[in-house]
Design a protein around this ligand. Structure first.
Ligand SMILES: Cc1cc2nc3c(=O)[nH]c(=O)nc-3n(C[C@H](O)[C@H](O)[C@H](O)COP(=O)(O)O)c2cc1C
Length: 341
């Protein structure tokens, strides 16, 4: 609706400023009731995944609301669930700016934000203050200063802190912007990490008396062998879902474009085929043992359908929102309605 008129003004701003401005505007719309008036009218399309009843299959991907500070406004866009984070135990500033780049010709972004966030205590306080009552995925990571040998301590600290407010928790081992993080995806490292995280989760379930599904978010830059290794671990450790995928370090599709050579993770249209392939390979390897949340390059309802056709049960959006605006959410919800997987 309005977004095609707003987009040129937003795109005239530095990308991080535009991001902050758009979220501030959404907050105002939510607090004045405008957001509710403008909210799309969507027929419910309920689906049960990870033991959770989702109102529809379209979620917000992690990274857009790192501190869970904009949940009410984001919920008004029609999402069936929101994933906020990545949050780390302690606050950290992230990488030096500039660290977020638009590649409009490709419908893409490159970011190397590096988990800039206000720490898990603030995150939980923000969730509590938000009044948001929908499904919330809490995406957790390690601080940049924590070596991989002690990464488990950071994941356990975040897990315990978010447990009272999370519908599910995502263990993020796939950001390319925290040095060494993706090494935690190797079969041995992932198994060691998940042994501890699953054990802690089981204790928290006892303590709080409610379920706390665990999802693992993986990178798109994995060979089929590695995907099969990950699948074996997820099944053995009885993880509840896999999220595929994070951003890619590949650059073939954008190498010749302005900003195409920036370091970081590439998202948006050039990621679609690669991340959908990962969903397909993972679905074959998992053979229905656990559900997949498909994310990467969804810029239309048709793209969302293809993620489901490839084996995803739910989808998430990020970069598509920057290029298409909030109408993309409703378009995807309608495209997936009654897909019946
Ligand atoms: C600016 C930006 C920041 C992101 N930050 C995170 C993050 O903190 N944690 C995470 O798991 N994924 C993060 N992502 C990855 C997205 O959640 C998503 O997996 C990826 O962008 C692919 O989806 P898309 O093509 O729809 O954007 C980020 C993506 C972008 C563009």
């Amino acid at each position: 609706m309005l977004y095609p008129f707003l987009r040129p003004a937003l795109f005239a701003l530095d990308p991080e400023r535009a991001h902050a401005f758009a979220l501030a505007a959404l907050d105002v719309a939510a607090s004045t009731g405008l957001a509710r008036l403008a909210a799309p009218r969507l027929a419910p399309d309920p689906v049960r995944v990870m033991g959770i009843d989702f109102p529809n299959r379209v979620g917000l991907a992690a990274g857009l609301d790192k501190d869970a500070a904009h949940l009410a406004g984001l919920a008004s866009l029609g999402f069936g669930f929101l994933e906020a984070g990545t949050v780390t135990p302690r606050p950290q500033p992230g990488n030096p700016k500039p660290r977020l780049f638009r590649l409009p010709e490709a419908g893409a972004l490159i970011n190397r934000l590096g988990f800039n966030n206000g720490g898990v205590a603030r995150y939980v306080a923000n969730v509590r203050a938000s009044g948001y009552r929908g499904i919330l995925g809490c995406n957790i990571g390690r601080n940049a200063a924590t070596p991989n040998e002690r990464a488990v301590d950071d994941y356990l600290a975040c897990l315990a802190a978010v447990a009272p407010v999370a519908s599910y928790v995502t263990v993020n081992v796939s950001s390319p912007n925290t040095k060494g993080l993706r090494d935690l995806q190797s079969e041995a490292a992932l198994d060691a990490l998940l042994a501890r995280v699953v054990e802690a989760r089981d204790d928290l379930v006892q303590k709080h008396g409610r379920a706390l599904p665990l999802a693992i978010k993986i990178a798109p830059d994995l060979e089929p062998d590695a995907i099969h290794g990950i699948a074996r671990v997820l099944v053995a450790r009885r993880v509840d879902a896999a999220i595929a995928t994070n951003t890619t370090i590949a650059r073939e599709a954008v190498a010749s474009l302005p900003h195409g050579g920036e370091t970081g993770g590439l998202s948006g249209r050039p990621l679609f085929a690669r991340s959908t392939d990962i969903v397909r390979t993972l679905a074959r390897a998992l053979d229905g043992a656990l559900p997949i949340i498909g994310v990467g390059g969804i810029l239309s309802g048709e793209d969302a359908r293809e993620k489901l056709a490839s084996g995803a049960a739910l989808v998430q959006l990020y970069t598509g929102l920057v290029y298409r605006g909030p109408t993309l959410v409703a378009e995807c919800v309608r495209a997936l309605a009654h897909c019946g997987r």
